[in-house]
Design a binder for this molecule. Structure first.
Ligand code: NCD
Ligand code: ZN
Length: 438
């Protein structure tokens, strides 16, 4: 990865896709002193962007940066560097750290370290309950004031009805979204993969999909009563998508995200018994994957995320049943989203850009920046025709836990620009060995 400071830079002849102002045209983008400008000064650095997409900076609203506490898995430095390499100018990070992000001090620490790393914006998501234990609510106001953009106990769901009801009330008072990891442990406990035909064939204990659906159902009910923004994390079943579709039709403030892997892989992948096919929620059958794609297309699901969950090789290397759940995603996300939604003919780049820009920014209420003269530059550059092979050893993340190692993908992020800071993924240049038409 190559990082430089650019006082004046022009991306020449790229396809500018900007959902903030419904723009899709070939144009030059000029940035002077970190701000989008109308005119190019003398001595401007010119980057040939022919064939590239120039989009507003991408946001991944569900990542695990593991810091504080689990720096053998990832750090804010390595995780945000991986994000930039993957084409993201911003990430929102989950609070299942050690200590948990349930106090203003930890939130402040994450913000300070994110700024010091300076690879992308880092937005912390605070826990809903102390130590994510599901019992005592955090101080919503203090955490929001410290800079938390949302609240979630991700890794676990808030099971207790009265605690969740009170959380809705607090979230409404401070005007922040509640992001639920939907899973009733009492229904899923002991399960290591999706409960179904494949788990039976493999003889693996199954994880009941109703554990996800039942919690969404309960939460939508609370949302209807209390009327505060509710966001479903990593939605993964057809029924779950249908529940959100109905809630939206009712006009409830409900949103949802889907992970790239749930748009591509099915539980058949678990037949490999690779620990890198184990994650929460688990990989589901084909009909659920189809429903997630459909949900994205019709707007039921708002955005695409990675649920980037790095674990060490040692932790993952203990076999499927015992391995911790989760896979890394930041450095493959954009290509995988294209694989699931564009290569299949279902969507175009305009939609993909929206799922990573306007949609998650609207949910979190975070920076809202189109490519307009006078605005601070915040750009993601993609080469939609480049082909490349995933090689986990080149990841800037500390995590190597991906089921996509060795996959041939089309479309890759080539860089980001944040203000004056240009990050180019030079490691991936030279991969232009094949061109496909899109
Ligand atoms: C997440 C992690 O490792 O932090 N793992 C995962 O499989 N998604 C936590 C979680 O959501 O279970
Ligand atoms: Zn989760």
């Amino acid at each position: 990865m190559h990082i430089s400071q650019e006082q004046a830079i022009m991306f020449q002849g790229g396809r500018v896709i900007d959902p903030y102002c419904d723009r899709d045209e070939v144009a030059d983008v000029i940035v002077v002193d970190g701000t989008i400008a109308a005119k190019a000064p003398a001595n401007i650095k010119i980057i040939n962007a022919t064939g590239w997409i120039i989009a507003p900076g991408f946001l991944d609203m569900h990542v695990h940066l593991r810091e504080p506490g689990q720096t053998d898995k990832e750090t804010i430095e390595t995780g945000s560097q991986a994000a930039a390499a993957g084409g993201f100018t911003a990430v929102a990070c989950m609070p299942n750290t050690q200590p948990c992000m349930d106090t203003p001090d930890v939130i402040t620490q994450v913000i300070v370290q994110g700024r010091a790393a300076n690879h992308c914006a880092v937005y912390p998501i605070a826990a809903i309950t102390e130590n994510r234990a599901g019992r005592v609510l955090v101080d919503f106001r203090a955490l929001k004031d410290a800079g938390a953009v949302a609240f979630s106990d991700d890794g676990v769901g808030v099971e207790d009805d009265s605690v969740m009801r009170a959380a809705f009330e607090r979230a409404r008072q401070v005007g922040a979204p509640l992001i639920q990891h939907c899973e009733y442990k009492k229904m899923s406990d002991g399960g290591i993969m999706h409960l179904g035909k494949v788990s039976q064939q493999l003889g693996f204990p199954g994880l009941d999909p109703r554990s996800e659906e039942a919690m969404i159902e309960r939460d939508i009910d609370l949302c209807r009563q209390i009327g505060s923004h509710y966001h479903v994390a990593h939605i993964s079943t057809a029924k779950a998508v249908e529940l959100v579709r109905k809630a939206k039709a009712e006009g409830l403030p409900v949103t949802a995200e889907v992970c790239t892997h749930h748009l591509i892989l099915t539980d058949e992948a678990c037949k490999s018994a690779s620990p890198n096919t184990k994650m929460h929620p688990p990989l589901r059958p084909k009909a659920d994957v189809a429903a997630c794609r459909e949900g994205l297309l019709d707007g039921t699901i708002d955005c695409v995320v990675t649920d980037h969950a790095p674990h060490t090789e040692k932790e993952k290397g203990v076999g499927f049943p015992k391995a911790p759940p989760g896979i890394v995603g930041l450095e493959t996300a954009i290509s995988l989203a294209a694989r699931a939604m564009i290569d299949t003919g279902l969507a175009d780049w305009k939609k993909v850009v929206r799922w990573f820009t306007t949609a998650p920014n609207e949910i979190l209420g975070t920076v809202d920046r189109g490519i307009e003269v006078g605005k601070t530059a915040n750009l993601t550059m993609i080469d939609p025709q480049a082909t490349w092979k995933v090689d986990k050893h080149t990841f800037l993340s500390k995590g190597r836990n991906t089921p996509f190692d060795g996959w041939d993908l089309v479309g890759k992020p080539v860089g980001t620009l944040r203000g004056v800071q240009l990050t180019l993924s030079l490691t991936r240049q030279g991969n232009h060995n094949k061109t496909v038409t899109r």
